[in-house]
Design a protein around this ligand. Sequence first.
Ligand SMILES: Nc1ncnc2c1ncn2[C@@H]1O[C@H](COP(=O)(O)OP(=O)(O)O)[C@@H](O)[C@H]1O
Ligand SMILES: [Mg+2]
Length: 281
Amino acid sequence: MATVISFVNNKGGVGKTTLACIIAQALGIIGHKVLAIDNDGQHNLSTMLGLTPSEPNIGNLYSLKASQMPKIDAILEDMTLQTTLTNVHCITAPDSLCDADVTNERILAEVIQKSYAATHYDYIIIDNHPGISALQRASLHAAEYVFVPTELQQLAVNGLSVMYRLLTENFSFNRENIKIIPNKYRNVQRQEAFLTALKKMFPKSVTTAIPVDSILDIIVTEEKILLLDRYMSSKAVPYIIKMMTEIFTFKEKKLSGDLLVERNKHLAENARNRVQSRSSQ
Ligand SMILES: Nc1ncnc2c1ncn2[C@@H]1O[C@H](COP(=O)(O)OP(=O)(O)O)[C@@H](O)[C@H]1O
Ligand SMILES: [Mg+2]
């Protein structure tokens, strides 16, 4: 059965989309089948995965009628696109998603449960826009895990308590299934203090912090894949790997080893393609 993960935070700019993309790609690179669902009208996840939003898309799911449910496999297949990574598929989001009339907040959960997606994919990763509106609630009803990237600032830390209460009380998430990922970490005393406070406030939930690293921003412009194209040059990569081993219980050496093998294959293929295109000129 697919493990469904929803990325949420009331705040924007904390790294929800960046980490959703990197984790989806990492899981795909090591051989898992991944469906990335862009549940944000800004469609940054679709863009980061190299896709332009197309029709049909996630918006069509929210206007689904009960009579269409028997055809759910065909509908889902129609809206699912292939990314540059064979194992990573994506459902894109339209600009108009914020106007979606979500009459049934459980629709995403129902679609996943009643379609081939539940068994075909190992992981389903849902990215959300900031806040908790009907769209995010729909993704939370579908999810077994919630990942909450956060920055280490006073206001962000205050907001997390509200979010945590909502997740545990209104959505009955297990504390172990809520993962708070400190992001854009700078090794300064103030942030270190916030990190210690976070770990105290949410025992079992806080992962290794991901350092601030401009390469995470640059790869978007370059249309590169962090764990294939910038594995060695990004100082965030070892921390991302450590964070993933804490969350998914992969062994750290095995995960970094498997990623490295695929990265080497990818770079070798790029080099071959460059030689071929030069010789055909
Ligand atoms: N660890 C990091 N170091 C440096 N920049 C980061 C890091 N994580 C995210 N960013 C950048 O911060 C910006 C906001 O990230 P994004 O993932 O879009 O946030 P959200 O989806 O929460 O709004 C992007 O420009 C992204 O490249
Ligand atoms: Mg985002």
